[in-house]
Ligand binder design. Structure first.
Ligand code: PLP
Length: 417
């Protein structure tokens, strides 16, 4: 096997799920020590959350909308999860509607803003948003909806003066800005933008899918009317998200039907996913309040500083301070990301060259391009994203592998710094 860390699998034939979270099967005979540094793409489901999923898929499988006693604990689990998700972002439980993913929550926010304000046909967002916002804005163009994409500076941040100029009172239906960028981790000035929108009487939404659970969020204190989250970015499973909508604003649902979620999102609830989301939200809230809350930042900093030290010419992409404590996007001149990804994959290291959704796209990252980086820089940059499940030992091994990979590719390409 290509993987140097692979070792014979003594438990051949037995499922690794749940017991070997940091090892990956390579072929049928080996398992490889895997170092997962792609937590912005998705995260491992927390064991406590996985346990809840299994329970609500097998034992407590009643339909929450049915009145008999069998469904009572199911309804209670949904109510408990709603309270936990609300507590994670400083909302009231009845301001949370569960959705099928973060993309749905983003789409629902834009759709509702346009439907509840039919006279307003203008949207404002930024040039570095996720495609779940950008494509949704574009989708409305044939209906006469115009979108302004705010530029970002080389550190990846918008200028509030540009937002001020872009808002058209009486015409702008929604301003939507991501809390944290998925590729660079750069934070938008969300609280200030929300205040500006409030002053101008314009509805505001934040795609907080990369931020929730990683940094404190308080929608009530910041006066944010709408916000999206996604479970699989913070140790809940894929296929469950939530849209927060302040009770003070009108809402029109994207999905209509049985009227679940207080009419805000029809469709029988994904109870195993929702129960797990509630548990993950609780774990992340406790973690953010604990004295050890900076542990992931310390791992990220150790990783980043070691590589900046060892790899000549290496640079951080994005604002050095205004970014998630869990993301490192690094430029390694002379080492193409596609080659690096192959070398690192052989060593069992998972990371990416851009967003998970753009894997296989040969074009340079739209985020890096919007930051004004040349294609060459964008194509020799890698994103590493960390979680509470990473260890010091993994960081040391990953630093060695990345430094060796850069050295190898530079030698092959004849790079002179
Ligand atoms: N918004 C951002 C910033 C993201 O990073 C992602 C996923 O990568 C999404 C939206 C889409 O979320 P989901 O995968 O839950 O649909």
């Amino acid at each position: 096997m290509a993987c140097p860390l692979a070792r014979p699998n003594p438990e051949r034939g037995r499922s690794p799920v749940g017991r070997l979270p940091f090892e990956v099967w390579v072929g049928r005979r080996y398992r490889c020590a895997m170092i997962y540094l792609d937590n912005n793409a998705t995260t491992m489901v927390a064991p406590e959350a996985a346990e809840a999923m299994v329970r609500f898929a097998t034992e407590l499988y009643g339909n929450p909308s049915v009145a008999y006693r069998f469904s009572r604990p199911v309804r209670e689990a949904i109510a408990g999860a709603r309270a936990e998700v609300a507590a994670l972002i400083g909302a009231e439980p009845d301001e949370i509607a569960f959705t099928g993913c973060g993309t749905e929550a983003n789409n629902a926010a834009i759709f509702s803003a346009l439907r509840t304000q039919p006279g307003k046909r203008h949207l404002v967002t930024s040039a570095v948003e996720h495609s779940a916002i950008k494509r949704c804005c574009e989708q409305h163009a044939p209906q006469g909806v115009e979108t302004t994409y705010l530029p970002v500076d080389p550190a990846g941040r918008i200028d509030l003066a540009d937002l001020d100029k872009a808002i058209r009172p009486g015409e702008t239906a929604l301003v939507s800005l991501m809390w944290a960028n998925n590729e660079t981790g750069v934070l938008s000035p969300v609280e200030e933008a929300a205040a500006l929108c409030r002053e101008k009487g314009v509805l505001f939404h934040s795609d907080a899918i990369q931020a929730a659970g990683k940094i404190p969020i308080d929608v009530a204190a910041a006066g944010i009317p709408m916000l999206s989250i996604s479970g699989h970015k913070f140790h809940a499973p894929k296929g469950v998200g939530a849209l927060y909508v302040s009770k003070n604003i009108p809402f029109q649902p994207l999905l209509v039907g049985g009227g679940q979620e207080g009419g805000r999102r029809s469709g029988t609830e994904n109870v195993p996913g929702i129960a797990a989301l509630g548990i993950a939200a609780k774990l992340m809230r406790e973690r953010l309040a604990a004295p050890t809350r900076d542990a992931v930042r310390a791992l990220r900093d150790r990783f980043e500083n070691a590589l900046l030290d060892r790899v000549e010419g290496a640079e951080v992409n994005g604002h050095p301070e205004h970014r998630l404590p869990t993301t490192a996007n690094l430029h390694f001149p002379g080492a193409e990301a596609q080659g690096m990804l192959i070398l690192l994959d052989e060593k069992g290291i998972c990371c990416s060259s851009g967003s998970a959704c753009s894997t296989g796209n040969p074009k340079p990252s739209a985020v890096m391009t919007a930051m004004g980086y040349p294609a060459k820089r964008a194509k020799s940059s890698l994103r590493f994203s960390f979680s509470r499940y990473n260890t010091d030992e993994e960081i040391g091994a990953a630093v060695e592998a990345v430094a060796a990979g850069v050295k190898k590719l530079r030698a092959l390409s004849g790079y002179v710094g």
